[in-house]
Structure formats: C-alpha cells, structure tokens
Write a protein that binds this ligand. Structure first.
Ligand code: FAD
Length: 458
C-alpha cells in the first residue's frame, strides 16, 4: 500500500479512511460475531458510489485482499479480513420508497430495520429476515429467508435491479433487461461479482401481522415436530412459522415459571386476519400441553426487531446449516436428542420453512438453487463468554453431523461458516458452472474473494 496511492485516495474520498493507528480503528474493525477478530490494514467507510469506485481501484492498484462490509452480520466474518482493505458501506443508508410503483430503493449499507422503518410508513414491506439488525446487502445477495418467504418469496425473488461497482472500477446496473447474466448471479451468488451500492425491491401490502410463540415441554418435541412437518406442507401461504429449540429468556414478556427452561416452540407470523390465522393454526397450537400460546396483532417492524435485544452484536457465534426436502421420523429423533442439549441460553436450532412462493421459481432461474427444499435448518451456538466458545462450537458440530446425512446435501450460503469449496459447490449444484463463467466475465482475477467463493472459470 504505497503512501502516494493512499494520499491520492485521501484526496478523492469523502467518507472515513481508518487505519490501525486511528482512535476509531478498534470499534470500526469489529463485526457482529465476537469470535471474529480480524485486523484490516485500511477500512474505507464510503459515503457514496464515487467513494466505492475509488476504494475498489485502490484495492486493485495495491493488490490488496479486499472484503466488502454491508451490515457486518456474516457468521463466518466475511465482511472483514486480515491485513487487507475493508470497503465498508455502513454510512450509505439512503432509502427511497415509491408508493405508486410499490418499490423501494435501498443503499448498500442499510440494515433491515432501516428498510422496515421506511416502508412501514406506507403500509408495505419486502421479504427480509427474522431480525432487524442484519445487513440488506449480504442477506439479499445470498437469497434472503424470513417471515414473508412463504407468501412473497425469497428476498431475491423481489429484487428488481441492483447498482454494482465491478472489480475494474466500472459502474453497471443489473436487472432482467440490463446485464441479465450479472442479475442472475447476484440473486444468490453472494458478494462475488462486485460491490452492490443499491438495491431496488418490489413491495407488498404488509402492515400489521399476527405474531407470537407457542411453547411446549421438551418431552413433547418429537410429537410437535412431526405435526409441524405435516402442517407446513399444507398450510396457507399467509402462515409463516419456524420451529425452534430454545431456552426461554428471563424477559418480562414470559411467565417467570418458564424463565431459563429448555423448551421447543413455534414462532408464528401470519399475514392473514386474526380469524384466518386462528382457523389455520389453532389445531397445531392446541396439540399436547402447550406451556405458552400467545399470538396477536403486531406491526411488522416490531416483529422484525423482537429478537434484537437478545442477539446483540459481539456474542460468540458458531453456526452450521443444511437444506431439507423432507424430515423423516428418524431425523426428528436426532433433532430431539441434540436439541435437548442446548449448551447456553442463547443457543438454538431453527427450522425455517421455504416452501410456497420460493418454489414457484425454477432451480436454474436464479443462482440460488435449492428451490425444492422444504426447510432451511440452522443450528446456532451462541454465548457472550469467549470461554464458552469451544462448548457451543462442539455442540453445534455434533448436532450438524447427526442431521447432515438426512439433508439435501447443501446449505443456505448465508448460514454457512468458512467450510471450503466442496460445500460451496454442493450448495450451488448445477448453477456453479454458470456462476463460474459469469465470475470470469465480471471478476476474472477473483478480486472479490472474501466470501463463499465462486472461482472464475479456467
Ligand atoms: C443474528 C443474525 C440473524 C440472521 N437472520 C437471518 C435471516 O433471518 N434470514 C437470512 O436470510 N439470513 C439471516 N442471517 C444471515 C445473514 O443473511 C448473513 O449473515 C449475511 O451475510 C449478512 O449480511 P451483512 O450485509 O450483514 O453481512 P456482512 O458481514 O457485511 O457481509 C457478508 C457477505 O456479504 C457480502 N457483501 C456485503 N455487502 C455487500 C455489498 N454491498 N455488495 C456486495 N457484497 C456484499 C460480503 O462480501 C460478505 O461476503 C442472520 C445473521 C445473523 C448474525
């Protein structure tokens, strides 16, 4: 990194250039996962597209390992790197809702809470995730699974266009009519193809939803999981609900007798009316002996931020994932065995349903390949104390090892750690080769490689 080149960057750059000797460095280099402790040489915190172009050119001119940071939430820490350049978009937070066209344009540094806030004012939303602090950029580029998935599709199924700075510093727009190959690759291919400076999404009329959990004792987990598996295959698409093993947090919203108790549960978020929701969900909510059942109206942004106070930045975080097209009774028995051994209050296992609208898109229509999947499973070891990192990691790996033989063979890229090329290829399957050709066209030198990497075709 030559001094002359850094001076040139400084003269062209409007955002912050943060180096190891700067007071802001230690907080600027932190990402969401407290297990990740990387020390970049330079953090270029951009305020506009011109800054992004300057930063990309600086990275290529100086041959620097370069990471892109949107919301900084990636479990594997792929929003930062050691001894290289971080192109940090966290100050690029512009959002413009077009209520007539029912679209929203979102800059690459927004988190989903920013988008919910802006679109809820118009009684609309686009499919996002299950928590408001996740970055729009990383979540979208990997696919995007959340409360609105069954009804309105993955986040990428609602992406209309994206502005991108490519590895050579040029700026392009990708949509179904412009650079369509790039647009195809961005819908699931992660940060492999360039820095996305803004996204345009389709909006849907989502305002108040029916939200809340039902909890059951662990002894009933097998019965509940079987019922959930059968239920979700026939449930109306207005019903979204994920299954979880969890420890009830000692929060005032839960009865004291449940605090710190290991339970299983279903978290509901339904876009139908209260009557439609009750009619569809009551049969399963009244199974066995529920410990708690509370489903009622809530504004969508409040739903999205319900778990924010629990999953704060800086926790130790280790997760593993897989896709499932079916869930046999034998797999359910493995779930009950390992789910009952949650190693800390915040550790959990979620089974997210991905049937419904995502399945109306073909396997090769976007880079995201697992359109036939029924569930995206994620096993998450979480704890504030670094001393517990080995325990949560071991539990997570053992749980994953037990369930992986029943899986469809690949995972949702955004729920993967750094697991190597075989896992990346198993996830993109027949789409990998096409992704690799598109990578060769847009990033032949693999400049953008701090990600679930797609190698340029030979
Ligand atoms: C608490 C928590 C909850 C989550 N919940 C959900 C959920 O409900 N649904 C879901 O689908 N996923 C969820 N995720 C996973 C999440 O989608 C991924 O971690 C994702 O990578 C986060 O995106 P980010 O922008 O915050 O991450 P970052 O760490 O900033 O970046 C992650 C990756 O995206 C790339 N990237 C980031 N910004 C850009 C950009 N502007 N242009 C090009 N590439 C870019 C980077 O190269 C990097 O590889 C969750 C993660 C956490 C930690």
């Amino acid at each position: 990194m030559s001094t002359q080149s850094l001076d040139q960057l400084k003269s062209a750059f409007r955002g912050d250039l943060i180096q190891p000797t700067d007071a802001a460095y230690d907080s600027a280099r932190k990402v969401y996962n407290g297990m990740i402790d990387k020390r970049p040489r330079l953090i270029a915190r951009c305020v506009d597209v011109a800054d992004v172009i300057a930063a990309v050119k600086f990275g290529t001119d100086n041959n620097l390992l370069t990471a892109i940071r949107g919301g900084g939430h990636n479990g594997a820490g792929l929003g930062t790197c050691d001894d290289g350049l971080v192109i940090d978009l966290s100050r690029m937070k512009g959002i413009r809702v077009d209520p007539a066209a029912q679209t929203v344009r979102v800059e690459g540094g927004c988190v989903w809470g920013d988008v919910d806030h802006a679109t809820h004012a118009f009684g609309m939303a686009t499919p996002c995730g299950f928590i408001s602090t996740t970055g729009v950029a990383g979540l979208t580029l990997g696919g995007g699974i959340g409360y609105l998935t069954r009804r309105y599709g993955l986040t990428i199924d609602n992406l209309l266009s994206a502005d991108v700075v490519l590895a050579d510093g040029s700026f392009v727009t990708a949509s179904s009519s412009e650079n369509a190959d790039l647009f195809w690759a961005l819908r699931g291919g992660g940060g492999n193809f360039g820095v996305v400076t803004s996204f345009e999404f389709r909006l849907h009329p989502v305002d108040t939803v029916q939200f809340g959990p039902t909890f059951w004792p662990l002894e009933e987990a097998g019965m509940v999981l079987k019922a959930y598996r059968d239920f979700i295959q026939k449930a109306p698409e207005s019903v979204s609900c994920f299954f979880a093993f969890l420890v009830v947090p000692p929060a005032p919203m839960f009865p004291e007798n449940l605090h710190m108790k290991k339970v299983c549960g279903i978290v509901w978020c339904c876009t139908g009316t209260a009557e439609e929701t009750d009619a569809a969900t009551k049969p399963i909510r009244s199974l066995g002996n529920p410990l708690l059942d509370h489903v009622g109206p809530a504004p969508f942004p409040a739903v999205q931020s319900t778990f924010d106070p629990l999953f704060v930045p800086g926790l130790q975080w280790y997760w593993r994932a897989d896709n499932f097209t079916e869930l046999s009774d034998e797999a359910i028995a493995r779930h009950v065995e390992h789910g009952s051994k949650l190693p800390s209050m915040l550790s959990t296992m979620h089974l997210y349903p991905v049937n419904g609208a995502p399945q109306r898109v073909g396997k090769t229509d976007t880079a995201y390949s697992f359109r036939e999947a029924l569930f995206a499973e994620v096993i998450v070891g979480v704890d504030p104390d670094p001393a517990n990192a080995p325990a949560i990691t071991t539990w997570c790996k053992e749980y994953w090892d037990a369930l992986h033989p029943y899986s469809a063979g690949g995972a949702y890229v955004n729920f993967m750690m750094d697991e190597g090329q075989d896992r990346v290829q198993a996830t993109y399957r027949e789409n990998y080769q096409r992704l690799s050709e598109i990578k060769k066209k847009y990033d032949p030198k693999n400049f953008f490689r701090v990600n679930q990497n797609i190698r340029p075709a030979a």
